[in-house]
Write a protein that binds this ligand. Structure first.
Ligand code: BES
Ligand code: MN
Ligand code: ZN
Length: 509
């Protein structure tokens, strides 16, 4: 009998040990807390929430932290078995004054995103399955930082080898439940944009993209119309259709409508470039990194995710989204360099380089959007490699005919942490695109350099003079960005979707 008992005990102990070592995520609860630190100062300053938690441990948390000094901004340390939660990650908020005026960012919010992300990642790497995050006195920013970093693209990996992600929520006794929910809505929408962008091009064709958007919008008050190539022909979208000539994959044109204000006022028009794969066409791109061009529908993903977030937030705005979707491929039927095509507004375009295809599909989308007489038009596109040369990977370029709207989107970028920088719309660039003998426009600039500016000048020809317009070039922030720890250094970003939501919710032209 004694033998049987000890045998069972050993088996029981082994199975517990096995669980401890081999289960992928524990059901332990973890908590993320914040602590400020100032350059050269040794004192530990807790957030309000962390202060209370420290008190609940009779000051033991503070004692433990002090053992190896203050926690720097963006770093996190884990403490075990202190207070109610078995694991507590204390994350450094740094000093908001480390950001100066020229950084053009709300530093306090940005520090919270960075800290929430650092705390979350520290706990997740210890396989803590349920992570609660304190409010950091701005639960909106905390949710963004935590949820944007709780993302991993691994759907095509063997299920057993996938990393399990923890579930994340606002700490039980924290303030700001509503703000947290809003931040979570934005982060989740941006994560959706990231998935759309990251998904391989064979699995994210124009048809699949359309189906995805329809499925997603079915749960919110948004109408999605999927127009086909026949419709585009009737609309005389010769410029858009010229890009899809080289592929068998049918092109689509999405028209998305969210009417959140119930009035009959005119809409805000969002236009997004949706090239699901950009090989360059007959002007073929080099093969190195060509796979990145699966994300050449980043503008489309931004538009879809922005409208999805606005609808979930029940924002009182009337927004229409216009998304031309196609592949840019070389083949016997592809458009050839030098071909001339007609856009919907009757302008003729010489396609000098088939790799400058984004502007060709946007031209017709801008014309079509204009027919709704919108309050203003914003287009967004992974348009030019040149914008990355100019601005790097930390900020999107914005060209705007409206100083008012520019100021508003600039402000929105400071708040969301996803900044924008103004670029020029000088006549000089327009002349480079429009001054030709045999046709109205060329899709390549005549001069050297300024590739993003000539691209913007081209687009401008398809927006009526009286309609305020913004063009956002996101080729630089499309993927692998080194500036934001919470969106990670690798992979497609969905940027700057949260800036668009912030901007559109408040925009007044
Ligand atoms: N989709 C590309 C731009 C791009 C490049 C986006 C790198 C993201 C990362 C666009 O269609 C393109 O090919 N642009 C050309 C324009 C040129 C032919 C005038 C470019 O940037 O080289
Ligand atoms: Mn191209
Ligand atoms: Zn492209």
């Amino acid at each position: 009998m004694a033998f049987v008992r000890s045998y069972l005990l050993v088996r029981y102990k082994n199975s517990v040990l096995a669980q401890r070592f081999f289960s992928s995520m524990s059901d332990k609860r973890g908590l993320v807390l914040g602590v400020y630190s100032s350059e050269g100062q040794d004192d530990v300053k807790f957030t309000k929430f962390a202060q209370k938690y420290n008190e609940s441990t009779a000051g033991k948390l503070l004692e433990q932290i002090k053992i190896c000094g203050p926690i720097k901004g963006g770093q996190a340390r884990i403490y075990w078995n202190l207070g109610k939660y078995p694991a507590v990650a204390v994350a450094g908020l740094g000093d908001a004054s480390k950001w100066d005026e020229l950084d053009e960012i709300n530093g306090a919010k940005e520090n919270i995103r960075i800290a929430a992300s650092a705390g979350l990642k520290a706990l997740a790497s210890c396989k803590i399955g349920h992570i609660e995050v304190e409010d950091f006195e701005d639960a909106h920013a905390a949710a963004e930082g935590a949820l944007l970093s709780n993302y991993k693209f691994q759907v095509y990996k063997n299920k057993e080898k996938q990393t399990q992600l923890p579930d994340v929520s606002l700490a039980e006794s924290a303030d700001g439940r509503e703000q947290w929910a809003k931040g979570a809505t934005l982060a989740n929408a941006q994560n959706w944009a990231r998935v759309l962008m990251e998904t391989p091009a064979n699995l994210m064709t124009p048809t699949i993209f359309s189906d995805n958007v329809k499925a997603k919008m079915a749960s919110v008050n948004v109408e999605v119309q999927v127009h086909d190539e026949g419709w585009a022909k009737e609309m005389k979208m010769g410029s858009f259709l010229s890009v899809t000539n080289g592929t068998k994959e049918p092109a689509k044109f999405l028209e998305i409508t969210y009417k959140g204000d119930g009035s009959d006022e005119s809409c805000i028009a969002l236009v997004g470039k949706g090239v699901t794969f950009d090989s360059g066409g007959i002007s073929l791109k080099p093969s190195a990194s060509m796979d990145q061009m699966r994300a050449d529908m980043g503008g489309a993903a931004n538009v879809a995710a922005t409208i999805y977030a606005l609808a979930q937030l029940k924002a009182p705005v009337f927004v229409k989204g216009f998304i031309p979707l196609c592949e840019n491929m070389p083949s016997g039927t592809a458009t050839k360099p030098g071909d001339v095509v007609y856009a919907m507004n009757g302008k003729s375009i010489c396609v000098d380089n088939t790799d400058a295809e984004g502007r060709l599909i946007l031209a017709d989308a801008l014309c079509y959007a204009s027919t709704f007489k919108p309050k203003f038009i914003l287009d967004i596109a992974t348009l030019t490699g040149a914008i990355k040369v100019a601005l790097g990977d930390c900020v999107a370029g914005v060209f705007s005919t409206s100083n008012t709207l520019w100021t508003q989107i600039h402000q929105a970028g400071s708040e969301s942490g996803d900044r924008v920088w103004r670029m020029p719309l000088f006549k000089h660039y327009s002349e480079q695109m429009c001054d030709h003998n045999g046709y109205d426009l060329n899709n390549l600039g005549k001069g050297k350099g300024g590739g993003s500016c000539t691209a913007a000048a081209f687009l401008r020809e398809f927006v009526p003079k009286e309609t305020p317009w913004l063009h956002v070039d996101i080729a630089g922030v499309m993927g692998d960005c080194s500036d934001q720890s919470y969106t990670g250094a690798k992979g497609m970003t969905g940027r700057p979707m949260r800036t668009l939501v912030e901007f559109i919710a408040k925009a007044s032209p």
